[in-house]
Each structure stands twice: as C-alpha cells, then as structure tokens.
Write a protein that binds this ligand. Structure first.
Ligand code: GUN
Ligand code: FE
Length: 452
C-alpha cells in the first residue's frame, strides 16, 4: 500500500468547470511528502476501507468533524504589498491623483527595511488567515525590500509570486520614488530574478520572481522592452496593469495610438505566464490577443468601484477564452479577503446586467448575460487563479498541491445559519457568510501554515 505523508477524511468543494462545483462527500485525501494530492478515494472506491483502517488513529490521519468542510486555498492575483500600510484609507481620489497624493509616499517608505519587515509580515499572516494560499504581489521599486517580501512568504509558508516594481519614467514618477535610471531598473530586476529563483530552490511551496512594469505610464519604452526580454530569458511570470481606468487607457492611446493590450504585447509582455490587473476597458480584440498569448486578467471587483467607475465584464471576457482570476488589489481594494471579492464579483455582475445607469435607455439598461453565479465567482478565486498562473493549484484533484482551508460552520462566535441544509447550500452559505473566525486551518503544499 502507498505510503502517504498525511491522510484527511471529510467533505470538500472544488470546481469541476467554470460553472460547476463538485462535492467530494466523505472522501479520503492522500497527500505525498512533497505536499501533492496523490490520490483521492470516494467511499464507493474498493480501497477506501483498507486505507481508512491503515491510517485511522495514526498521527498523520485527520478526520474532519461534522461541521468542518474543505475548500481550496484562495489565489489572489493582485496585491500591492506596501499598500497594506494604508488599507482602508485614502480612497477619495481618482487613480492618477491617488497614486501621487497617497500611494507613492507610502511606497517610498519601503527603503526602510524595518518598516518593510513589519508591514510585509503582518500582510502575509493576514492573507493566510483569510484563506489565501497563493499571492501575486507587487512590492516596491526597492530591491532589498522586495527580496524581503519573497523571504517572508518563503518562511511563513505562503506561495508568493513577487515583483520588484519598475518605474523609470521621470515624466510620470516623482523624484523621491522611482528607479534611479533605466539601466539600474533592468540590472536590479535581473539580480532580483536570480536571487528569488535561488530562494525558490529552498522553498517547498515555491516563491517566484515576477517581471513588474508598474503600468505603461510609469515606464520608458527602453524599460518595457528590456523587461520583456528579461522575462523571456529567465522564463518568469509578468504582471502589470492594463486598461484599468479611462485615464490609463487614454494615456496609452495618446502615447502609441493603440490600446494598452497591443502596446504591452509589442514589448513582449503578454505571454503564457502574464497576468494583467483590472482590464476594465479592454475591447474584444484586446481580449482575443490575451487569449492567443495566454495572458490572464485579474478581476478586482472591489477596487474597480473606486478607480474604474466600471464593472469588468468577466462573463463576456471569459467567453472570449481569457483565463481570469480574482484580485483584492490591496489597497485600491480595502479588503484583504477574497471572500469579500467573491461577493463583490457576484454583486457587480448583477449591477452590470440589470444596469445602474438609467441614461443608457429607459427600457433596456444593463448588458444581457453578464451575471456571475456563486459557483463562477468561486472558480475565479480558485481554479481560475491557478490557470492564470499556470500552476497546479486551485483544485482538490489528484496531482494538485494540498493548498486548502478548513472551515468550521458551527462555532460559538461564528455560527452560520445551517439547519439541516443540503451540501450545495452549505457551500453557498460558507462563501457568503464565513468570516476569518470560521477559517480554522490553512494548509499550503501539505504544511499547516495557519491555525485558530
Ligand atoms: N495603476 C498603477 N499603479 C496602481 C496601483 O497602485 N493601484 C491601482 N489600482 N492601479 C494602479
Ligand atoms: Fe493595482
């Protein structure tokens, strides 16, 4: 019989497709020493009883209680780690003013490594406590503090994809916060990539360097070109912002006479491991370019309310073949929770479908077939994130990483309204009503990384 490092028994929910969720009722989850789901057994499988008999009572066997359920760990495709220091504040200005008035001054403080340590450690712990097991991070322009974020992820057990931000366009970036010059930005990015790839060798769950031009306005053509080349040379992920707001979309159109997506592609920045944040104003031809190049979109439904005055048409863009995941966009999004973003993704899609702007037309206001179901929003936070990053995460399936959250629905100070409900309804109640208190344990790559 196979020798598993750990065996769990309980009920899990996982996406089967964009719209369908599978319920694994009372399954056995057999985990290998390197933290991969080696085998799943349904109670109907022949070997189920034999495995149960062999492992039950041992230290590496865990039977969930009747009130506990397993969900895949959430995958956050867009976090500005330094902005955790201002989360929940400073949301009164449009994007271009917000960056200069609030955000660049906060990010500039990360030249102080002690400040970076305090903020980054608190953020990684908070995200884990919210059930988020993998995060795609923007750090700051500072190489040392960005490396520190990767080290904190490595130490605390989170799967972190971290970018040293590049901002070398002195036209758009303040003197007190930008790369010294283009050559330094590229040199430091290359050093950062090499060091994080070395750190990855010693990190069970993986930490990865990400090529990170902040967005086109903050970068020169030389930097964008050089970053595309570095990503190809080291086979890294790439992240940036694309067509987030009218202002950003318009700026790129003025500079290149083309849409953001096509401009990014000209610099080699759209590829299989690229994730572009927001994308609220992408046209169908931009979305088709995403689909052809394998580029994913990070849907940030809370932040979009504040900065885009729009709703990302997730359903439509998905139908055009684009991989999509969810992002909190801390701190354009005030909440570190992907639960909050699942809820807002559903709500925003309903606003888009029903129409909130009565000036569009008196009798037909919204955009048909825009709504996301609860299952679909769950998909974005889990399997969609995994596909976007091209990593085997986000599903409870053989050969995927054991990245999970264990939810207890019946706590003294966290009881969900469950009264003999079918499992389908329990799943929905967890997504809409669970709070961090209900997230009892979080596991990444077979290691317990959070417990309450
Ligand atoms: N575009 C460029 N930088 C940022 C940022 O920090 N947050 C958001 N939401 N959009 C951006
Ligand atoms: Fe952002």
């Amino acid at each position: 019989m196979a020798n598993y490092a750990q065996v769990f028994l309980g009920t899990a929910f996982t996406s089967k497709s964009f719209s369908e969720v599978t319920i694994l009722k009372d399954f056995l989850y057999c985990i290998s020493g390197d933290g991969i789901i080696e085998q799943l057994f349904s109670p109907l499988d022949e070997q189920y009883e034999a495995i149960l008999k062999e492992y039950e009572g041992k230290g590496n066997f865990r039977r969930l209680s009747n009130d506990e359920y397993i969900l895949p760990g959430f995958i956050d495709l867009h976090v500005h780690a330094p902005q955790w220091a201002q989360a929940g504040t400073a949301l009164d200005l449009p994007l271009e003013d917000w960056l200069n008035a609030y955000t660049f001054p906060v990010e500039a403080k990360f030249s102080d490594i002690d400040f970076a340590q305090a903020v980054y450690e608190d953020l990684v712990k908070t995200l884990l406590a919210n059930g988020t097991t993998t995060v795609l991070y923007f750090a700051t322009v500072h190489k040392q503090a960005s490396l520190l974020l990767a080290k904190i992820c490595s130490l605390l057990g989170q799967r972190g994809l971290v970018g040293k931000v590049v901002m070398d366009n002195d036209d758009q970036c303040p003197d007190y916060y930008r790369d010294a010059d283009t050559a330094t930005a590229l040199k430091e990015t290359e050093e950062f990539i090499i060091e994080v790839q070395q750190l990855n060798e010693q990190t069970k769950q993986g930490v990865y360097p990400v090529v990170t031009p902040r967005f086109i306005p903050s970068c020169t053509d030389e930097a964008l070109q050089g970053l595309g080349e570095l990503a190809a040379k080291y086979n890294t992920h790439i992240q940036s912002h694309c067509s987030e707001s009218d202002w950003q979309h318009g700026y790129v159109k003025d500079r290149y006479d083309k849409n953001d997506a096509f401009a990014l592609n000209d610099f080699g920045l759209l590829q299989e491991k690229s994730v572009m944040a927001h994308c609220n104003f992408i046209a169908d031809e931009d979305a088709k370019l995403f689909a052809e190049t394998g580029t994913a979109a990070a849907h940030c439904p809370v932040s979009n309310v504040f900065f885009s005055n729009g709703v990302f048409p997730a359903k439509h863009i998905h139908e055009l073949g684009v991989d999509i995941g969810l992002g909190t966009d801390v701190s354009g999004g005030f909440s570190p929770s992907l639960y909050d973003n699942i809820r807002q993704a559903v709500i925003a899609s309903r606003m888009l479908e029903e129409g909130v702007d009565t000036t569009i037309s008196a009798d037909k206001r919204g955009v048909d077939s825009s709504r996301l179901t609860t299952n679909e929003a769950f998909y974005l936070a889990t399997a969609g994130g995994g596909e976007s990053l091209s990593l085997p995460i986000g599903k409870i399936e053989e050969n995927y990483a054991w990245d999970v959250q264990i939810i207890n629905t019946n706590l003294q100070n966290g009881k969900l309204p469950i009264f003999n409900d079918p499992l389908e309804d329990i799943f929905q109640k967890i997504l809409y009503l669970a709070r961090p208190e209900n997230i009892r344990e979080v596991w990444v790559q077979g290691e317990k990384v959070h417990q309450r």
